[in-house]
Design a protein around this ligand. Structure first.
Ligand SMILES: [Zn+2]
Length: 476
């Protein structure tokens, strides 16, 4: 026995989904000898055989521009591993629940008396350790062999000492290497071929989302350089700009020390701990708008998102299967989860899995369910929760659906059918899977949905540019 339930009026789905008008093979039975294709008054029985296997994809949601649908990304970067950084910065970050990227000059580690265990513990807090060369030279003055030492060897040294993290981010000493001379190109080519996915320079900033039109642009990431003379107003203005521009803002810090210069960190452009604290507090106050992350994660996310495709694989009455792919071939490297917003259409999904593994559901925003999934990480399946816990609404001003006892047939009564009226069956993903147009004078329709099994479907009635959608469930 199939119970037929009709649920609440949903907002107009027609505005959210591409308007694919799919004609299905179906059989129309007339209960009188009215001529075919003439929908005369009253009774018309439609037996609709719906199969879900061969439809075009429609828009089911979107890949957020940045993690958790934040407006922009912000990365704090600390260069050179100068002596005040390690004693001060990781603790300040940790107490605020944020992370940063430390660009290490490997030759400075021992010489500044903060040896590798301090780098390891900084990384263990979730911070990123990036490559800032072996000895901080002017890269454009280096021979090919010297470049290999400065770029490739330094990367290997860091990875040897910090084994739990691959080095994928690079920062140019003195900002040299982002130009267009043959040496600049050689520098960037080596940075890329040695396994870095992006590199940061020392000037300007990337306010617009489309800051990397080419792959090479990821090796010219700009930054905002901090010093003791940057006021909190100026610091915050950078945040305001990046929120409005939607891009990637990196702050570049050098020396950090306390009021008494306890760590002797007067290397370059010192920022006092108290000032840093105020800046971090200001940054955290923007955390509903900006994704505070590491350089490597921000670059990964942006690259993946720019070549990712979210598509619908198929639906059943109770599941929607999606695929998230990208065109980056190194899936072991490009494994940054992307935030997805999937149109929910009022449906309560209880679980989301990828490759069979449950994903955490971050929440529901504007009737979209938000969660993270990894490109090329396997099929994503959203499963409807309890079908019988929904709210019932049977009627609207323009049409009503009512149960035919002991049947899986939907009885639809259209109050004022017109020549341009249209009745559609829509699946979980928003695809129109059946459409009956030009209802003309007919008032009553029967649509057989028994072939689809239990699940949630939608009926949409269009009349004079008004669209009414009812969600209903077949519950066995
Ligand atoms: Zn430096």
């Amino acid at each position: 026995m199939i119970h037929y339930q009709v649920f609440e009026l949903v907002y107009e789905m027609i505005n959210l989904h591409s308007k694919i008008n799919i004609r299905l093979p179906f059989k129309v039975n007339f209960d009188s000898n009215k001529p075919k294709n003439t929908f005369m008054k009253n009774y018309l029985l439609l037996l609709v055989f719906i199969s879900f296997s061969h439809f075009s994809f429609s828009q089911v949601g979107e890949i957020c521009k940045w993690d958790s649908d934040k407006s922009a990304a912000v990365v704090l970067t600390f260069d050179d591993w100068s002596p005040g950084q390690q004693p001060i910065v990781p603790k300040e970050l940790k107490s605020r629940g944020i992370n940063a990227t430390f660009f290490i000059t490997t030759n400075f580690v021992a010489s500044w008396n903060h040896d590798w265990p301090t780098v390891v513990s900084t990384q263990a807090d979730g911070n990123e350790i990036g490559n800032h060369t072996y000895s901080h030279p002017h890269l454009l003055a280096q021979s090919t062999i010297q470049l290999d030492t400065q770029i490739t060897k330094a990367k290997t040294i860091i990875e040897t000492h910090v084994p739990l993290q691959k080095v994928i981010s690079f920062a140019y000493p003195f900002g040299e290497g982002v130009g267009s001379t043959s040496k600049d190109l050689e520098v960037r080519a080596l940075i890329k071929s040695s396994g870095h996915i992006g590199a940061r320079s020392v000037s300007a900033s990337n306010y617009k989302y489309n800051f990397a039109a080419t792959e090479d642009d990821y090796y010219k990431i700009m930054t905002y350089t901090m010093s003791g003379s940057v006021s909190i107003v100026t610091f915050e203005n950078q945040l305001k700009q990046i929120v409005s521009g939607g891009g990637l803002l990196t702050y570049l810090y050098h020396s950090i020390d306390d009021a008494n210069n306890s760590h002797g960190d007067t290397w370059y452009a010192q920022v006092k701990q108290s000032v840093l604290q105020q800046q971090l507090d200001t940054l955290v106050s923007y955390s509903d708008k900006v994704w505070i992350t590491t350089f490597g994660q921000a670059v990964k996310y942006h690259k993946e998102r720019n070549c990712a495709t979210l598509s619908l694989v198929g639906t059943t009455g109770t599941t929607m299967t999606l695929s998230l792919t990208d065109t980056l071939s190194n899936n072991a490297l490009y494994n940054q989860p992307l935030s997805l917003k999937i149109f929910r259409n009022g449906v309560n999904y209880s679980t989301v899995t990828q490759n069979g593994v449950p994903l955490e559901i971050d929440g529901v925003v504007n009737d979209s369910i938000v969660f993270h999934a990894i490109p090329d990480g396997g099929e994503i399946i959203l499963t409807v929760g309890n079908l019988s816990t929904e709210t019932l609404q049977l009627t609207s001003e323009d049409f009503r659906i009512y149960q035919l006892p002991g049947s899986s047939v939907a009885n639809v009564h259209v109050l004022k059918p017109q020549a341009n009226s249209c009745l559609s069956v829509i699946d979980l993903s928003g695809r129109e899977i059946y459409s009956l147009e030009n209802l003309e004078m007919a008032n009553d329709f029967q649509i057989d949905l028994s072939a689809n099994g239990n699940g949630i479907y939608f009926l949409r009635f269009n009349n004079n540019n008004n669209s009414f959608v009812k969600r209903f469930a077949i519950v066995n």
